[in-house]
Structure formats: structure tokens, C-alpha cells
Design a protein around this ligand. Structure first.
Ligand code: GLA
Length: 751
């Protein structure tokens, strides 16, 4: 709900459990007042601006203006006119002089969603949200700045973005247009970010912030594996189930800055948006610029509730609706098994084995095009390598389809190798700074998709390939970060626009792809999970989470990823052991249980498997099909974290009506001389009775210490009937399991 109190000039945005308030101090300066648990009333709140006290405010008691600007809690901080904290907005006049001073002018409430053009965004109908458009102006620069707030009625979410319009007569250069700000006053706080690297993406990192600032950022051209465009502020002692958490999640896939800063008075300002280091934008008269969106969530019930709110927001209002209830295909991908060394016969062999095991789809990964035998060649040449796929793509796909399997394909459209027909014909299509040879990474270069002829040249190849056969799924990869970004087609002003224009061009291509092939399932990927962000989820309902497919490593990666992103978006496969990345061997059952927390599939040579493993696949697939609807649509609860306790991991998914839940427990390291472990479930109906069964599917210690190995995946043991309240307060005892890396799956069903 959006309310405006005319007397106070105060905006009160409220969601079921939260309130967000800001007001126009002195009718002019927009200042932040509150973000936290829902307030019944806002009477008197604006006294927090202390307008009659020194040094407030320039208009009332005429102190020096900069004494005011340096401490006023701006709703949207600007650079250059006396606010020295991290700014959201910066612009220069035609002479390059920087400095912005915004004045509140008017507002409008629009039912439903005002969607930013050409950018991924949350969606919403008139029944589920309203949008507030607050107009601020800088009359010296001739700029209108619209602060847009979408407020959801059924979710504790406020989505912000900013639109800038040049209403003046001279061009203005925007130096930063961040998406939004979060202001808090806390005695102490922690900053939570998702830090990482290739193969170690999105590890939860918490650090105390007392002075100075903490940032998460990317300058790599993509949202990156090193930092994720997310930041949360936690009140001291916040856990999964208790305490206060404020989250900021950016719906964008390029360079970003997320920064939390404590000012001279101990107040916290967090900003988030396109990274200003690599951004400038020339706005000529009449033109406008739209920032990406940032989604703010407040939870007074711990991190777990923050997570569930983001999951609901992204599943219901970001990802294309049909994927919420549609089963995802269980696939086999040939990458880890064959890399680029395969041909049609090999793939047909994969398809046969996959069909026998009850899988749904074969995905042909990197190596099918140009003359690609290794990573030195062919990116850019999106036509079939007839040496490998004799008779062409259609022949292969038809054959696979005839077996009753769908077919998927890997592409990496943003790239080019020097050894390619595309590069030989258009050596000037890659990003390059004249006079300097661009740096290669994985022997490839990035195409300047901001140029219409490059975009068309690449897209026409994609369209032709996908039109040539019945392709149900595309894995869109992006295996290097951007460097040497320059374009001879742009003047000096235009160079600062390139990185954002690049992201817009990628979005446009994915949008076009889905328009031309509306039934396609798109999975994004970037050297594993280097572009796992809410921007890409607007186009693809799932993203490959990490090239590290080791089930034990995946515990932390999937824990960090699912802190913000729905489980159903995490690409997760069972792969071969010893694991390709870590050399670790983990039981087949455990690999499957961990992959079931995301989308599910196999990334191994299904033709040549150990018979005892092969025999388990149908049971695993059957189990996935039972678990997946709850993973996809239910509530997620993080019960224990191996990252924190160094022995075990545990999570739960609960159907929205609380009639069915699944709890996965992974004993990472076995210990001796300990009783079973008490685990308290979450999210159940306290008044209902539940039947609990457990799939031990592995080595369960018997009284004489010997393991019993007669269990197979899907063999459920009844543990009995429990009350929901008992399961949550008293808990259940997870028995001592013999051996490292063991996984148990509990099914909890209302009776
Ligand atoms: C990236 C992906 C992998 C695989 C290879 C192919 O690394 O993350 O899954 O597709 O590219 O080159």
C-alpha cells in the first residue's frame, strides 16, 4: 500500500509486515525516515529530520548549507554539492562540471507495475502491486529524476529503480545512476555478501561493519563469480530463524557496485547499482536513461524469512510464469564425460542409455560446431561440424526424438576465436582498443554486440541453427570476462556506455530468442556460475550454478546461491567420481540427493557406468519427480550449514499448504562415539500429525558397528507418526551413519 500524508509530506509504503517511510524535508529535500517492521501510523516521524536544530536546515535557520548536506539522510544521495558519502547519482554539465542538487516536485501512484524498458524486471498485476513515481528535478542541469518504487501487497518487498530524463537544452553526462539506497541506524551491524571465485561461487561471508565501508562489486563485464550483486545488513546475532535482516538484490548482469558505508555519525548508507567506475552516459535533450531494479526485503524473523521472500518474489514475479509449475526435464549432458571428443554415434549411445534409465533429455555440449576439437577454434561459427555430426543436426535430433527424448544444445554466442570463419571475415567485430592486441582468455575474445551488424550476424546464425532442428533447450554459455573494451564506432563520450550497452545487447538477444522460440528452455551459464543473477533469471528459469560438481563442495555453493535465488533455478547434476575438479569420491546416492536440491540431471558417461550405480538411476529419477514440485514451489528452510559446523549440512523444503515436506541431511564427516543428532524441523503445521519416513539409501550403522548396505535409493523406512509441533520443538534424532559423505532424505507427510 502506498500512502501519502500531505501535511507531513511523508510517503508510507507498506507491505504485509514492513513499512518504508521517507518525506520531503522543508518540502524540498527528500529524506529517508524508516525501513523495518510495519508501523500503524507515521504521526510525528518527520521530527527525526531535526529541522529546527543546528545545523538543520538551510531554509529554516540559515546555517551553511554544506553543514546540512553532509549529514542529511538523503533518500537518494547525489555527488558534488556537499554530500560526501557514497552517492547514488552524479552528473556533469556540458563543460564537464559535476554536481547535482535534487528537489522534490511531485508524485504519482500508478496501479500495478511500471516496467523499465529493455531491462529485466519484476512483474506485477494491478491486484498485487502499485508503483510510486516520485519526481525530483535539478533545474540547473535540466534533469528530471524519477524515483520508482513498486510495492507488493502480498510480499515484503519494495523494488526500486530510477529514470532520468533530460528536459534541458544541453547534453548532460551521467556519471552514476545507481538503482537505490538503503539507510539504517543500528547500534552495530554485520554485512553479508556472497563472495567467491570460479568453482567456489557465492560463499556466504559475514563481517562486522564498525567504520568505513564494505563493498561487493564486479568490473568484469558480468555479475561474476567473485562477488554477487547482493548485500544484506544484519542486526547483531541474526540467525536463520531470529533477528533482523535487510536485503538488497540487483536485477542486473553486468558490472555492479554494492557498498555499505558508515558515516561520521554512525549511520549506515548502502547503495547498489551499475558500477560507476566503468559507466558514463551522455544524455542529450529529450533522452532518458533507466537504471536496473534493486529488490529490497526486510525480515524481522531471521535470514530464513528474507530468503523465502526473495524466492517468492523471483518465482512469482521475475521468472517467466510457466516455469513455476512446469516439470523440468531430467537431462544428461555429455560435457564432463567427453568434453569436445564426441560424434553422432557417441551421442546416440548416450541417448539410448539415457532413455533406458528413464531420463528426459540429451544435451550436446561444447564441440559440435565449426571444426572445434579444442578451445583454440570455431567460436563464432555456429554451423554443424559435419566430421562429427554426419548428416547434420536435424538427423541427430530426429533420431534422439524418435527414442522419446528431447534434445538440447550448447552455444556461446558472445564470443569469437581468431581461428574461425567469423573472425577471418570480420576481424574488427571483437572489442579492441586500437594499437593494443586484446588479451585472450580461454583463447577467445568478446564480440562487440552493441554494434547492430555484429548482433545481427550472430543472431541470424543462432536463429538458423535453432530453426534447423527440434531443439527444446539451450545452454547459453559465456566463458570469459570483458577486457580491452573499446569501439572505433563511438566517440570519447560513447566509450563509457559500452559495458552497459553490451549487457543490454545480451538481454535483447535472449529476449529475441525467446520470442522466436517461445517453447525453449534456456539455461544460462558462465564458466559455471559467473553470471548467476536475477537479471539472467528474467530470461532463463535455471542457471548452471558452478563447474564444481563435487557434491560436498556444492553444499556451500548451493547454500550461498539459495540464500537469494530459488532452488529451482540452480542447475545441479550428478557427475562421475573421483570428481573432475576435486578428485573426491562421494557415494552415488549422496551426489543425487544434493543435485535434487536444484534442477536435476547427470553429467557423466551414462553408457559406461558401474552396474550398481546404473541400477540406482530409475529410483533417483522417480524420487526427484516426487521431491521436485516441493523444491520448485515450496518454502525452503536452512536447518544446518556444513560451512559453519564442519560436520553436516541440512535443509528442508515444505509445500506451501504444509501437507508435505522433504528434509535432506548430509553427514559430511563421520564421527565416533556420539549419539544420533537431534535435528529440529521448520515450517510444518504445529497442529498437524505427520508420518515421517526416511530414505537411508546407504550405510546405516548397526548395533555391532557394521554397516547395513541393503538399502537402495527410494526404499523408505517408516519412522512413525509425529506431531508437527514435536518435530519442530523436540526434533527427531538422525541416526549415526557410518562413513563420510552420507545423505539421508526424510519425507514428512501430513496424515
Ligand atoms: C563452461 C561451462 C561448462 C561447459 C564448458 C564447455 O565451462 O560451465 O559446463 O559447458 O564451458 O566449454
Amino acid at each position: 500500500m502506498i500512502r501519502y500524508n500531505k501535511e507531513q509530506q511523508l510517503f508510507h509504503l507498506s507491505t504485509p509486515k514492513t513499512s518504508y517511510c521517507f518525506a520531503a524535508a522543508d518540502g524540498r529535500w527528500l529524506g529517508h525516515l524508516y525501513y523495518g517492521p510495519r508501523l500503524a501510523d507515521t504521526a510525528g516521524m518527520e521530527q527525526a529530520f531535526c529541522l529546527n536544530e543546528f545545523p538543520f536546515s538551510p531554509a529554516v535557520n540559515e546555517p551553511d548549507k554544506v553543514r546540512f548536506t553532509q549529514i542529511f539522510p538523503y533518500e537518494y544521495g547525489c555527488f558534488g554539492t556537499g554530500d560526501y558519502r557514497e552517492a547514488c547519482f552524479d552528473a556533469a554539465n556540458a563543460l564537464g562540471m559535476r554536481g547535482v542538487d535534487l528537489t522534490f516536485r511531485s508524485f504519482e501512484v500508478v496501479p500495478g507495475k511500471v516496467a523499465p524498458e529493455h531491462l529485466p524486471h519484476t512483474r506485477g498485476c494491478e491486484a498485487c502491486c502499485d508503483t510510486l513515481d516520485v519526481l525530483m528535478t535539478d533545474d540547473v542541469l535540466g534533469l528530471d529524476v524519477h524515483l520508482l518504487y513498486t510495492v507488493y501487497s502480498d510480499l515484503d518487498v519494495i523494488v526500486k529503480s530510477v529514470k532520468v530524463v533530460n528536459r534541458g537544452e544541453a547534453p548532460v553526462t551521467l556519471g552514476r545512476v545507481l538503482s537505490g539506497q538503503l539507510n539504517l541506524e543500528l547500534e552495530a551491524c554485520e554485512v553479508l555478501t556472497l563472495h567467491g571465485s570460479w568453482g567456489r561461487e557465492r560463499t556466504i561471508t559475514r563481517q562486522e561493519l564498525k567504520t568505513g565501508s564494505v563493498a561487493a562489486e564486479s568490473l568484469r563485464g558480468v555479475s561474476s563469480a567473485e562477488d554477487s550483486p547482493f548485500l544484506a545488513i544484519l542486526a547483531p546475532g541474526t540467525t536463520q530463524t531470529m533477528g533482523e535482516a535487510w536485503g538488497m538484490s540487483l536485477i542486473y548482469s553486468g558490472n555492479f557496485l554494492a557498498k555499505a558505508q558508515i558515516d561520521q555519525n554512525g549511520r549506515l548508507r548502502c547503495v547498489m547499482g551499475i558500477h560507476p567506475e566503468t559507466f558514463s552516459w551522455k544524455l542529450t535533450p529529450g533522452e532518458s536513461f533507466q537504471s536496473p531494479e534493486v529488490a529490497l526485503v526486510y525480515s524481522g524473523e531471521g535470514l530464513g524469512q528474507m530468503t523465502r521472500t526473495y524466492h517468492d518474489l523471483y518465482r512469482n514475479h521475475l521468472i517467466e510464469k510457466r516455469w513455476l509449475t512446469m516439470d523440468r526435464p531430467v537431462l544428461v549432458n555429455n560435457w564432463e564425460a567427453t568434453e569436445m571428443h564426441f560424434d553422432a554415434d557417441v551421442l546416440i549411445g548416450f541417448a539410448r542409455a539415457a532413455k533406458e534409465a528413464g531420463l528426459d533429455m540429451l544435451v550436446m555440449d561444447d564441440g559440435w560446431f565449426g571444426h572445434r576439437d579444442d578451445d583454440t577454434s570455431s567460436l563464432g561459427d555456429w554451423f554443424v561440424d559435419e566430421r562429427k555430426l554426419r548428416g547434420g543436426l536435424k538427423k541427430l535430433v530426429d533420431e534422439v526424438n524418435a527414442m522419446g527424448l528431447k534434445f538440447g544444445i550448447w552455444i556461446e554466442p558472445e564470443m569469437v576465436n581468431e581461428d574461425s570463419e567469423l573472425f577471418r571475415a570480420h576481424p574488427d567485430w571483437r572489442f579492441e582498443i586500437p594499437g593494443r592486441k586484446p588479451g585472450a582468455m580461454r583463447k577467445q575474445y568478446v564480440l562487440d554486440l552493441t554494434r547492430p551488424e555484429v548482433w545481427e550476424g550472430v543472431y541470424s546464425q543462432l536463429r538458423a541453427t535453432l530453426s534447423s532442428a527440434n531443439i527444446a533447450y539451450v545452454k547459453w554459455d559465456m566463458n570469459r570476462h570483458l577486457s580491452d573494451v573499446g569501439s572505433l564506432l563511438r566517440d570519447a563520450d560513447g566509450q563509457g556506455e559500452l559495458l552497459h550497452r553490451y549487457v543490454l545487447a545480451v538481454y535483447r538477444m535472449q529476449e529475441q530468442l525467446l520470442k522466436d522460440f517461445p517453447d525453449l528452455l534456456l539455461e544460462n551459464c558462465s564458466s559455471g556460475g559467473a553470471r548467476f543473477d536475477a537479471g539472467m533469471l528474467f530470461y532463463s528459469p535455471q542457471i548452471w550454478t558452478s563447474d564444481d560438481s563435487d557434491a560436498i563442495e556444492r553444499l556451500s555453493i548451493q547454500e550461498g546461491t539459495s540464500l537469494v535465488f530459488p532452488l529451482s533455478t540452480m542447475g545441479a547434476h550428478v557427475s562421475v567420481c573421483p570428481n573432475q575438479q576435486t578428485g573426491r569420491s562421494v557415494p552415488f546416492n549422496t551426489r543425487a540427493k544434493v543435485a535434487m536440491a536444484g534442477t536435476f540431471g547427470y553429467e557423466m558417461d551414462v553408457r559406461n557406468m558401474l552396474p550398481e550405480e546404473k541400477a540406482q538411476i530409475p529410483g533417483q529419477v522417480e524420487q526427484f519427480r516426487r521431491v521436485h514440485p516441493v523444491v520448485r514451489e515450496g518454502d525452503y528452510y536452512r536447518i544446518a550449514s556444513f560451512r559453519e559446523n564442519h560436520t553436516h549440512d541440512c535443509w528442508m523444503v515444505v509445500k506451501k499448504d504444509r501437507s508435505l515436506a522433504f528434509m535432506t541431511f548430509v553427514q559430511v564427516l563421520a564421527t565416533t562415539n556420539r549419539p544420533g543428532m537431534r535435528v529440529r524441523m521448520q515450517g510444518l503445521d504445529p497442529e498437524a500429525a505427520y508420518e515421517v519416513t526416511c530414505d537411508y539409501a546407504g550405510a546405516l550403522a548397526t548395533s555391532n558397528g557394521q554397516s547395513s548396505t541393503d538399502e537402495a535409493t527410494g526404499t523408505l523406512r517408516k519412522l512413525g507418526r509425529f506431531n508437527g509441533d514435536t518435530l519442530m520443538k523436540h526434533g527427531i534424532i538422525v541416526p549415526r551413519v557410518r562413513g563420510d559423505y552420507q545423505a539421508l532424505l526424510y519425507e514428512v507427510k501430513k496424515v
